[in-house]
Ligand binder design. Structure first.
Ligand code: SAM
Length: 269
């Protein structure tokens, strides 16, 4: 925790900035969180106040610092096979009804450090056999994406991975890598990550998807931002494809362009 103090006016500046950049709504109860996360940047630059840090960001003299601030203000909690019924839905409903011949494409649209994308990869590798598939993971936070690309995690993160997936798709580290594991190369080869801000329209170059996971990110957004984010990514979901959101989230009142299949799972007509 930093010893820096923040005034209400300074906090309001950062609330507006992170809302504008990432769509993240920080309510007044998040003051301590912001001071804790950004206080170290004040110390790093030996700045006397949050107002001076804000000015530094606004002048553009340290262009990389804006990304550092965004990275620090995102919450990246995630784990393998989080909310398992979504993976069961993939196995039971999506895989058996896939389009003949075409690769099954899944997008983990707020992938954090990659656990969600690699959980999907394990399930597709297991259920699709030789049939083609690919996964795209994206996030606004560059720090977690760098981690995702490596596919390298601590063994403490394996809770939730079924034991046979652990055997088939996770390589346990030895010697200097003891206590860690690596996602198998044949899964990493089919899983790509890149930075994408959900607030921006999505470039068609990313391609179209059979399933989009948009889980546990809309909790940080207000209703207009949720609507904008869903509007941005819906063009990339194929007709008949599914959008899956987190268990504590809903699209009620956000869009009428999707059919509810069951709570948190939607289909594009
Ligand atoms: C709590 S994690 C969820 C990870 C994973 N989907 C899960 O359910 O376990 C939320 C992620 O959303 C990302 N995020 C927040 N705002 C974003 C935005 N505007 N565009 C893209 N990603 C964003 C954060 O960086 C963070 O990694």
């Amino acid at each position: 925790m930093s010893d820096a103090r923040i005034t209400d006016q300074e906090f309001a500046l950062f609330q507006r900035l992170i809302y504008k950049l990432a769509g993240i709504s920080l309510n007044d109860t998040k003051k301590d969180l912001l001071v804790g996360r950004l206080g170290k940047r004040l110390r790093h630059f030996q700045l006397p106040s949050f107002a001076s840090y804000y000015r530094m960001l606004a002048t553009g003299d340290h262009p990389n610092e804006v990304q550092v601030m965004v990275d620090l203000l995102t919450t990246n909690e995630t784990y393998f096979f989080r909310e398992p019924n979504h993976f069961e839905f993939l196995r039971a409903e999506v895989v058996p009804r896939r389009r003949n011949g075409a690769p099954l494409r899944v997008w983990s649209a707020a992938s954090s450090s990659g656990e969600e994308a690699y959980s999907i990869a394990m399930l597709l590798a297991d259920t699709l056999g030789d049939a083609p598939w690919e996964i795209v993971g994206s996030d606004i936070c560059t720090r977690v994406l760098a981690r995702a690309v490596t596919g390298h995690y601590g063994l403490a993160r394996t809770e939730g991975i079924p034991p046979d997936y652990m055997r088939k798709y996770c390589l346990k580290g030895v010697r200097s890598q003891a206590g860690t594991f690596l996602i198998a190369p044949e899964l990493r080869q089919r899983t790509r990550f890149f930075q994408l801000n959900l607030m921006q329209p999505v470039d068609t170059v990313i391609g179209d998807f059979d399933v989009v996971f948009l889980r546990n990110v809309m909790i940080y957004f207000d209703p207009p931002t949720k609507a904008r984010v869903v509007h941005n990514l819906l063009p990339r979901l194929r007709p008949g494809g599914h959008l899956i959101i987190g268990h504590s989230e809903t699209l009620n009142g956000i869009t009428d362009r999707l059919i509810t299949v069951r709570p948190t799972i939607y289909r594009k007509p």
